[in-house]
Design a protein around this ligand. Structure first.
Ligand code: 4FL
Length: 231
């Protein structure tokens, strides 16, 4: 579940360039019985299995956490991962990410080990492995040098709290659908205006709640009034 994403494109290059180091640990390697039991049935009964506390503690200790290390548990009950939270976590020198089990993790892991609990959305998966990869990918591209500087990151959807504007590339016409004239005009000021308006339109119609938290200029507000009036 990890080798695919970690050995592809940006994440691979970032590791080769020593911008990022990712180490994988298997909690089963930190068990003591011959069956390498990492989970057990819940106290109080009920269905499902719960990830055991000792192997997780041992695995985390084996990562040599320092006082500044953040120990993150991926779980559906965690704080929702947002670009803002990602920016905060990306400041840390050392992160340890624990992948939960869909049936649960012994509560003492959460209470006495974990510093941050993160959810990637309101759905349940078979485990926290893919969410961990989502988090790693999201944080990796915030490390200076991983994504070409100044380009993508600062302009991304969500980065400035609004949705991104639509993009086009060649061909100029596809199945009768043409690239908007203004983008081919070479008129930079008009292009910027069009893009800003498309950003505001998309955000207004799809994610209006994002507008409340955005920094809007007087020009933006005028454009929004127009959007509200004319669609
Ligand atoms: C973790 C879902 C983070 C969403 C099952 C185990 C999960 C998850 N965000 N589902 N962990």
């Amino acid at each position: 579940m990890f080798s695919g994403p970690l050995s592809e494109s940006l994440l691979k290059k970032a590791q080769e360039r020593n911008l990022l180091k990712i180490t994988l640990k298997d909690i089963r390697d930190f068990t003591t019985d011959k069956h390498q039991t990492a989970d057990d049935s819940p106290y109080g009964g009920g269905p499902g299995m719960v990830l055991k506390v000792e192997p997780i503690f041992k695995a985390v200790k084996n990562c040599n956490p320092g006082t500044l290390t953040k120990i993150i548990l991926m779980c559906p009950t965690g704080e929702k991962l947002t670009q803002e939270k990602a920016k905060e976590l990306a400041q840390a020198e050392h992160l340890i990410v624990i992948c939960g089990h869909y049936e649960g993790v012994d509560e003492r892991v959460r209470k006495n080990l974990v510093t941050d609990e993160i959810s990637i959305g309101d759905y349940v998966l078979t485990g926290g492995e893919l969410p961990a990869m989502v988090l790693v990918d999201c944080l990796a591209r915030l490390i200076p040098g991983v994504v070409k500087e100044g380009e993508s990151v600062a302009r991304d959807s969500f980065y400035n709290g609004l949705l991104d504007y639509p993009s086009y590339t060649k061909p100029e016409e596809f199945e009768g659908e043409k690239v908007p004239e203004v983008l081919r005009s070479g008129h930079h000021e008009e292009i910027e205006k069009w893009r800003r308006k498309e950003t505001l339109k998309l955000t207004f119609f799809r994610r209006p709640e994002l507008l409340a938290g955005a920094q809007l200029t007087d020009e933006d507000k005028k454009m929004l009034e127009e959007i509200v009036k004319n669609g």
